[in-house]
Ligand binder design. Structure first.
Ligand code: NAD
Length: 283
């Protein structure tokens, strides 16, 4: 049985990823600096900003799914977020390389593009925002995620490790669908997210597909649902909130996502299956 180490398992996304890998027959070691609320598998407590602890947790692993991070900007002083997230990612990949581990997934973010936490009102250059879109963060969280992707490239060059950096969209757990009625009719809400969302269960499947696939090198992929998170058509959202964006590269006349997920679908054969419209009353 292949051993997979999953970090960040006391958080929002981690338990979904742990459950999915267990269901698929993997041996899973859960790692976080705090103990998860629910015990799903054996757990180790570690602070990943310490390289020695990363060596300790990764021993004997086939692959690592690195989700641990401070998950957004401005909830800690800038340098705390940057230092925690960058050093944890560096150490995980450094230790994985030292131990001869050949596959990793790291959680990057939609915040790399810089629209999400912009205080200057940054607008997209074009939509849907895909992986070729300029990355222009002003905050240390988005910047740290770009550094994480760059670390992945360097480790891949050094030892050939396959590292998939997922630029994850706004994560929705089952409970978070309860919030949808509060925003789905107001285009201003979630504007900086480009109104994207992604169900945690769909992210879990993408993580497994990324580990099961070979020959990817170091690669960046967005993860988002196929539709937007609103009860407003995508063309009307753009007209209302980003009227100056005229470079529209695929049809947006219905509820299509404005945060492209085409690359992950093409490269991994992944398809998001969980849709908020099946989980929420639109009254
Ligand atoms: N929540 C979102 O909408 C979103 C969107 C895009 C990307 N992401 C990324 O996805 C990942 C998971 O996000 P989440 O929402 O589950 O976050 P979360 O905050 O709920 O969980 C992250 C976990 O990481 C742990 N952690 C942080 N620093 C650590 C360290 N130094 N050592 C050990 N453990 C540490 C925390 O204790 C926490 O349990 C993160 O990397 C986040 O940046 C999240």
């Amino acid at each position: 049985m292949k051993k997979i180490v999953i970090t960040g398992t006391a958080g929002l996304l981690g338990p979904y990823v742990v459950k999915h890998f267990l269901e698929q027959g993997y041996d899973v070691l859960s790692v976080d600096k705090v103990k998860p609320a629910e015990t799903l598998t054996r757990h180790m407590t570690a602070d990943l900003t310490n390289l020695g602890e990363c060596y300790g947790i990764l021993e004997g692993a086939y692959a690592v799914i690195h989700l641990a991070a401070i998950p957004t900007a401005y909830i800690f002083p800038n340098e705390v977020t940057f230092q925690n997230n960058v050093m944890a990612t560096y150490n995980i990949l450094e230790a994985a390389a030292g131990l001869g581990i050949t596959k990793a997934v790291i959680a990057s973010s939609e915040c790399t593009y810089g629209i999400c936490n912009s205080r200057q009102g940054l607008t997209p250059v074009y939509v849907p925002v895909d992986e070729e879109h300029p990355v222009l963060p002003e905050d240390s969280y988005g910047l740290g995620k770009i550094v994480g992707e760059t670390i992945a490239d360097a480790i891949n060059r050094r030892c050939g490790m396959q590292i998939v950096s997922f630029r994850i969209g706004n994560i929705i757990s089952k409970e978070k669908y309860l919030n949808f009625p509060g925003f789905i009719h107001d285009s201003e809400k979630r504007k900086q997210l480009m109104w994207n969302y992604i169900d945690a269960r769909d992210i879990a499947v993408a993580c497994r597909l990324a580990i099961e696939k070979d020959g990817l090198g170091s690669i960046i992929m967005n993860l988002a649902a196929d539709d937007n998170s609103m009860d407003i058509k995508s063309c009307d959202l753009m007209k209302a909130e980003y009227p100056n964006v005229t470079d529209i590269r695929t049809p947006i006349d219905e509820y299509q996502t404005l945060y492209s997920n085409e690359k992950a679908k093409k490269v991994l054969g992944w398809k998001p299956v969980h849709c908020w419209r099946d989980n929420v009353s639109q009254e």
